[in-house]
Write a new protein. Structure first.
Lengths: 150, 503
């Protein structure tokens, strides 16, 4: 038992990211409400961001900022090697990925508004039932029903 | 020094930057006069076509182009690499983009009269995304362009049929987000073990750590992500709705390009980020891919038979055609690979032509149900002849492009000792005849008493020109498949499989 806890606590950041990712993934698949799906997508993406950020962490590292400017005396005499920095590259990548995630969410919410205007509901099954009723040619079920009525 | 000399060094990046800038300038052009938008798009696409042709010519004559963005040397800076593979795919993107652009003027005027300006703006941004995906040599840059192309595709699909377009687009968005997130995660895993994002650099660093589970997980994430993007069979759920409900011009563009660029990305990641040895021997990913592809070929064709909406039928047939491309890639021998790569070109031409025809018929008659196509052969002779040529090419009749790639795929399967795939290709061709013959039958052999009163009412010239060009190219490459095969695909297949190196 104690070994399992050790395994988890040694790399708890990865466990947290995987758990969050699965929560988001579950919400995207299982939730019937479209807004909840988008929230699930956001949790999913945020979990990946956390993974990247925890990747950048260096123990005892500080912010990767060059102090005293480019011509500073400390830099010139190799003092820069004595400071441990965290890796800035994943931070930059995630900054880009956050922008992408925000635009995806914006597009998704815009689509949700249009869907609501069209169908008056955000529940997936209500929309599906309404579509079947509208367009028999796209649904075998509706076509059979129509034929029975005739 | 002339002006042209100044830009020749920067052609690789200009193929991405010019449509991007033009896309953002389109609203301003449209603000002056919305009719100018089309001319603007034509100008841009023509320039992009010239640049991509020049790039491919340079690659064939003098080898791979490396372009360092901002002068930063890789692996630290972003690098754009054009070799035969992406030079070839870029040319397809530019050409299909131009053809759909010519076609769109009348089609958009009728289908989206109030959205002409946003349509053209997004059209150019989609081209930017696809170009960037193919041309870049940096995998994070690749992810950003992937999202650009996906977001613009969602917007184009949402402009389609009232009510259905938005739902199809939303489903695609959810699936596409999962796919892109998986790819982002795979990139993160590879970055964690190699510390690099440059494709060429990574290919050198990875072989030492192929037994690492992180690399295996990264490969799995990439394959699942790209399988969703290309619509490989069990993950195809977004594709039929998206293709059916998008505006005609957007359907042709997305069907012709999106999945093909996805297939390109899959090839690039399998053979350039990882090495052939890894995907063939260590993980057996290539073998898994062939079986998934064979399943997609059969199931896609069978589902296509069950459809009555012409665009939905073509969408399901796309699923089976993607299977052909991936089958050829998965066979991992030179002949099969050539067949698969040639099918990228062929399928773009054929499927684009077929969707353009479906759009032209919808433009003139408002019909999409193929059981109501009676007498169209008399009403729209040119359009339906294009449909016949492209349809025969999909079936794989000798003399058309479809035959050449199927022939190579069959030879490749025999060489790999997998006779079962020859049978799969044959069965699928028979199924193709079944679902295309229903359409041919309705178009030309409708009831005569209905046909007598039909007057000739052809689609406008701007729609006919791109369709006829695509149909002629279907025949041209069917008869002269030697050119793409000899100059591009043969050295390329050798290089991808690690048998020879690129010039």
């Amino acid at each position: 038992m104690s070994t399992i806890i050790e395994i988890i606590s040694a790399e708890f950041n990865y466990w947290i990211y995987v758990t969050l990712m699965m929560i988001g993934f579950y919400a995207m698949i299982a939730k019937k409400n479209l807004v909840k799906k988008v929230i699930g997508a956001n949790i999913f993406q945020t979990a990946i961001f956390l993974f990247y950020i925890s990747l950048a962490e260096v123990e005892g590292g500080t912010a990767p900022i060059l102090l005293h400017g480019h011509d500073g005396a400390d830099v010139a005499h190799g003092a820069v090697n004595e400071v441990i920095y965290v890796n800035p590259l994943p931070h930059v990548l995630i900054l880009t990925a956050i922008v992408v995630a925000v635009s995806t969410t914006a597009v998704a919410l815009a689509l949700i508004i249009k869907i609501y205007q069209e169908y008056g509901s955000l529940e997936e099954d209500v929309i599906l039932a309404y579509r079947r009723q509208l367009q028999p040619e796209f649904s075998e079920h509706a076509r059979q029903k129509q034929e029975e009525e005739q | 020094m002339t002006g042209f000399d100044l830009i020749t060094d920067h052609l690789p990046v200009l193929t991405v930057v010019i449509p991007l800038m033009a896309g953002f300038l389109t609203p301003m052009i449209g603000w002056i006069d919305r009719r100018l938008c089309w001319y603007w798009v034509m100008l841009t696409m023509f320039a992009v076509l010239l640049m991509t042709s020049s790039n491919l010519y340079t690659v064939i004559t003098s080898g791979t182009i490396h372009y360092h963005l901002g002068g930063w040397t890789p692996p630290i800076g972003i690098e754009y690499v054009i070799d035969l593979l992406n030079g070839f795919v870029c040319l397809i993107i530019a050409f299909i983009g131009l053809m759909v652009g010519i076609y769109s003027i009348e089609s958009i005027k009728k289908e989206l009269p109030n959205k002409i300006i946003p349509f053209y703006s997004i059209f150019l941004l989609l081209i930017t995304g696809l170009m960037g995906m193919t041309i870049t040599g940096d995998i994070f840059n690749f992810y950003v362009f992937l999202e650009i192309s996906s977001l613009t595709a969602y917007a184009l699909i949402a402009m389609g049929d009232r009510g259905d377009g938005v739902v199809a687009s939303f489903n695609y968005l959810i699936m596409g987000t999962v796919a892109a997130s998986f790819i982002l995660l795979g990139i993160g895993y590879l970055y964690a073990v190699t510390g690099s994002l440059n494709i060429a650099d990574m290919q050198g660093l990875l072989p030492g750590i192929y037994d690492s589970r992180v690399v295996l997980a990264a490969l799995a994430f990439f394959m699942v992500g790209f399988s969703i993007k290309v619509g490989l069979f069990p993950l195809h759920a977004w594709l039929p709705d998206a293709y059916t409900h998008a505006p005609s011009a957007a359907s042709a563009l997305i069907a012709g390009l999106m999945t093909k660029v996805g297939a390109y990305a899959m090839i690039r990641f399998m053979f350039s980020v990882f090495t052939p040895a890894f995907v063939i021997d260590i993980t057996r990913m290539a073998e898994i891919l062939t079986w998934a592809a064979a399943l997609a070929i059969i199931v896609g064709s069978v589902l296509a038979i069950a459809q009555s909406d012409i665009k939905r039928m073509l969408a399901y047939s796309s699923i089976s055609q993607i299977g052909y491309i991936l089958l050829g890639v998965g066979l991992v021998n030179v002949i099969g690979m050539q067949g698969g790569l040639l099918h990228i070109l062929n399928h773009s031409l054929m499927k684009c032509a077929l969707f353009l025809v479906a759009g032209a018929i919808f433009y003139r008659t408002g019909i999409r149900n193929l059981h109501q196509f009676q007498g169209l052969g008399k009403k729209m002779p040119v359009t339906t002849t294009v449909f016949l040529i492209a349809g025969l090419s999909m079936i794989g009749v000798p003399g058309t492009v479809g035959f050449t790639s199927k022939w190579y795929l069959a030879l490749g399967s025999i060489e790999a000792g997998q006779w079962i795939f020859v049978i799969v290709i044959l069965i699928s061709s028979l199924l193709n005849i079944v679902y295309f013959w229903r359409v041919f039958d309705n178009i030309w052999f409708g009831h005569p008493h209905e046909v007598e009163h039909i007057k000739r009412d052809e689609a406008p010239l701007s729609m006919l020109i791109p369709m006829v060009i695509l149909a002629l190219l279907c025949i041209f490459f069917g008869l002269f498949a030697y050119y793409p095969l000899h100059y591009v695909l043969e050295p390329l297949s050798n290089a991808l499989l690690g048998i020879g190196v690129l010039p």
